[in-house]
Design a protein around this ligand. Structure first.
Ligand SMILES: Cc1cc2nc3c(=O)[nH]c(=O)nc-3n(C[C@H](O)[C@H](O)[C@H](O)COP(=O)(O)OP(=O)(O)OC[C@H]3O[C@@H](n4cnc5c(N)ncnc54)[C@H](O)[C@@H]3O)c2cc1C
Length: 310
């Protein structure tokens, strides 16, 4: 078995989720190559050589990979694919963009959102918004997989570097072009990796009221999330949405404030270690999965909670 991981990186830094993907790959094989494709990205490749578990780093450095466009990248990976049994990427927007294209080029069935690797060809993945876990056996020669990074702990660094191989294959398909990137600026920890997440629902009522959550998050060094109803109402931007059609989070502590607990929301946070729910309706479904529940009005509780944290 040989695994190829497609590294995600930006501005010269390897994305933290790649470390979780390496851990997933270790469940398949100890022969792990990591592809760093991009433009002027040698420094990222050099750093990646020190990742626990990685046995070879492949560098494809060319301007055509600058935006990591799925078309160019999938073509490059397809070219490398015959040497590998498994190809992995994170189950985030990056992986979801490139992996289906790669699977189509290889004529294999993509295996998405893998939560657990039982054997080299047997995988667990959620279905029906996470209400059921399917066990899937793949007979494809190459398994093209995205893995849910919250299900695998990150690998660490080691002191010895692995080998670095440079490939000069150029796939400049000119099918798409990046015009600009707008990165949301936040002083808070990233929602996907924060140890504490405080999410607000429709009941928060306005962007102004969301400040109650931001100020609590500040005290707990946490990130702020939201239900889709809060996002749809325009209280917060979409990148804070937690759930089936938003981010999947698994923090140490998840505080759901004024969120009913629809299955689509639960799909994005049910792997949290401890769940606290604040809702004034004692029958709200969020209490079914909460470790601690408070039946109360959020506008009474939040200021009190914050005062206690001073
Ligand atoms: C295909 C699809 C994908 C979806 N994807 C997502 C997703 O990714 N994420 C997501 O969140 N949803 C998603 N949804 C929407 C989901 O079904 C729910 O509609 C949504 O999660 C509800 O958000 P909410 O809990 O904030 O609102 P509501 O369901 O309206 O709940 C508000 C809660 O606040 C409580 N409340 C009201 N006032 C107070 C108060 N003063 N103090 C305390 N509690 C109070 C109420 O008792 C109620 O339980 C999706 C739906 C579909 C169909």
């Amino acid at each position: 078995m040989k695994v190829l991981i497609i590294a995600q990186h930006s501005e010269g830094v390897l994305d933290a989720t790649t470390l979780n993907v390496v851990r997933a790959a270790l469940a398949v094989s100890e022969d792990i190559s990591l592809l760093v494709a991009g433009s002027e990205c040698r420094a990222v490749a050099e750093d990646a050589r020190y990742l626990e578990g990685v046995t070879n780093v492949i560098l494809a450095d060319h301007p055509c990979y600058e935006s990591l466009s799925a078309e160019n990248l999938a073509s490059l990976v397809a070219e490398l694919a015959p040497s590998y049994s498994h190809i992995l990427a994170s189950a985030n927007t990056f992986g979801k963009n490139v992996m289906p294209r790669l699977a189509a080029l290889l004529d294999v069935q993509p295996l998405t959102d893998v939560l657990y690797i039982e054997d080299v060809d047997v995988f667990l993945r959620p279905i029906y918004a996470g209400n059921l876990i399917a066990k899937i056996q793949s007979h494809d020669k190459v398994k093209a997989m995205t893995v849910r990074t919250s299900a695998f702990p990150p690998v660490t660094q080691r002191t010895e570097a692995c080998s670095l191989e440079v490939v000069d294959k150029v796939f400049d398909l000119q099918l798409s072009r990046r015009i600009k990137i707008e990165v949301g600026q936040s002083e808070r920890p990233d929602l996907g990796t924060a140890k504490v997440v405080i999410s607000g629902g429709r009941a928060i009522g306005s962007s102004e009221n969301f400040k109650l959550l931001y100020s609590l998050a500040e005290k707990l060094d946490g990130a702020v999330g939201a239900s889709r109803a809060a996002v749809d109402a325009g209280f917060v931007p979409y990148d804070l949405q937690v759930g089936q059609s938003g981010r999947v989070v698994a923090p140490e502590l998840y505080i759901a404030v004024g969120i009913s607990g629809a299955i689509q929301h639960i799909a994005g946070m049910k792997d949290s270690k401890v769940v606290v729910a604040i809702n004034k309706d004692a029958d709200a479904p969020i209490f079914d999965i909460a470790d601690y529940g408070l039946v109360a009005d959020l506008f009474d509780v939040l200021p009190e909670l914050e005062a206690q944290l001073c």
